[in-house]
Ligand binder design. Structure first.
Ligand SMILES: [Zn+2]
Length: 375
């Protein structure tokens, strides 16, 4: 008897989840359309819609166009009914975003603040979260959680850093970051968070490699719509592929890593750390910027060609340089082409959709994804 009740509860829960997710994925639908799509009976759909409306998660949005007779009402999810906060922590900046149930960034803050493992810093982090909640006009009970993107490798439970050389945070826990954040928190590797955001926005993509061309290089492997983390949680760390044997020294201790040739700082060091200024200089035809860009593209082409050889899937260029690379994509493709032995055109190469806020958005979207799975 007990088992039957549990099974029924399971079906009830599944119906609710499926109805909500159908509306989330497709937008305005009538009850009849939901009945048809999910093969449920009308009373089940009616009851669930009424319940979801009462909870403020679904609303009436209009009518189907008149086909004679009574016009059917259409329903959709309330995108702002829940929100997640995402943080991107780098050596010198904090970026915070609020993301609604449709993945739209509804508020964002970016400030210069040097990372340090001090109580004052964590207090500041808490204040940034509070600031974004105020700016977006959010209610505390509607916040699903705070995702924190870090330039570090994160343990499987998303609560501790097991390799964090860039910020010297190896061993730091989620609790330390969350000292002044009164919401559920989880830590994410920066590139994986950004890769997750790109996957979210490109629903038709099931396999991809996300390349994060920021002040450090990261990568994220997406297979069958899932981040492939690797057996030791460090898959996709392309920053430390060796592309020049015995080349320039890398912060990891090796020589000739991709990171030392393709980090955004390789370019921005010419313009006092200002990447926008570098690209402005390049556009003006300044020879020193042109020479640096030329070498950069050569190294990037080798890296991308190697990735494509390994994965044979779309490659998304993101990170700081990804935000500028659109104008130079054809040139990059031309250079990659010389390594392509299969003759297919490098159409697999694409530019990221989320620009500045990909890491923070992806860290937040993990909480939105959990909500959709368990509603
Ligand atoms: Zn390295």
């Amino acid at each position: 008897m007990e088992q039957k009740i549990t099974a029924n509860m399971g079906i009830k829960q599944a119906n609710r989840t499926n109805i909500y997710n159908l509306l989330h994925g497709e937008g305005a639908l009538s009850k009849q359309a939901i009945v048809g799509r999910l093969h449920l009976c009308l009373p089940t759909v009616t009851q669930n819609i009424a319940q979801l409306q009462e909870e403020g998660l679904v609303e009436e949005v209009g009518f189907l166009s008149n086909t004679g007779g009574r016009r059917a009402k259409t329903f959709d999810v309330v995108a702002g009914a829940r929100t997640a906060i995402g943080l991107d922590i780098t050596r010198n900046h904090i970026t915070a975003v609020a993301v609604d149930l449709r993945g739209t960034i509804t508020a964002s803050v970016r400030l210069r603040c040097r990372f340090e493992r001090t109580d004052a810093y964590y207090r500041r982090l808490g204040a940034v979260v509070e600031q974004i909640i105020q700016e977006a006009g959010l209610r505390a009970e509607h916040i699903q959680g705070v995702g924190i993107g870090l330039p570090a490798l994160i343990a499987g439970d998303n609560q501790s850093v097991f390799y964090g050389k860039i910020l010297e945070i190896t061993g730091v826990t989620g609790a330390e970051f969350a000292r002044y954040i009164p919401y559920p928190t989880a830590l994410f590797n920066d590139a994986n968070a950004a890769g997750f955001a790109e996957l979210w926005i490109n629903r038709n993509l099931s396999n991809a490699f996300y390349v994060m061309l920021s002040n450090n290089i990261g990568g994220s492997v997406v297979i069958n719509n899932q981040i492939y983390s690797g057996e030791h949680l460090h898959s996709g760390e392309i920053g430390h592929l060796t592309i020049v044997p015995d080349g320039k020294p890398c912060y990891c201790g090796k020589k000739g890593c991709v990171d030392t040739y393709c980090a955004a700082t390789v370019l921005s060091s010419l313009t006092d750390g200002d990447l926008a200024a570098f690209f402005a200089l390049l556009n003006r035809g300044a020879p020193e910027a042109g020479a640096r860009w030329d070498t950069y593209l050569d190294h990037l082409a080798v890296t991308i060609a190697n990735l494509y050889m390994l994965f044979d899937c779309p490659i998304i260029l993101g990170g700081y340089v990804g935000a500028y690379i659109g104008d130079y994509l054809e040139e990059l493709k031309r250079r990659i082409d010389q390594y392509n032995i299969f003759g297919d055109r490098p159409d697999y190469l694409r530019v990221c959709c989320y620009k500045q806020e990909a890491i923070a958005a992806g860290a937040a979207l993990n909480f939105i994804s959990d909500f959709l799975r368990t509603i």
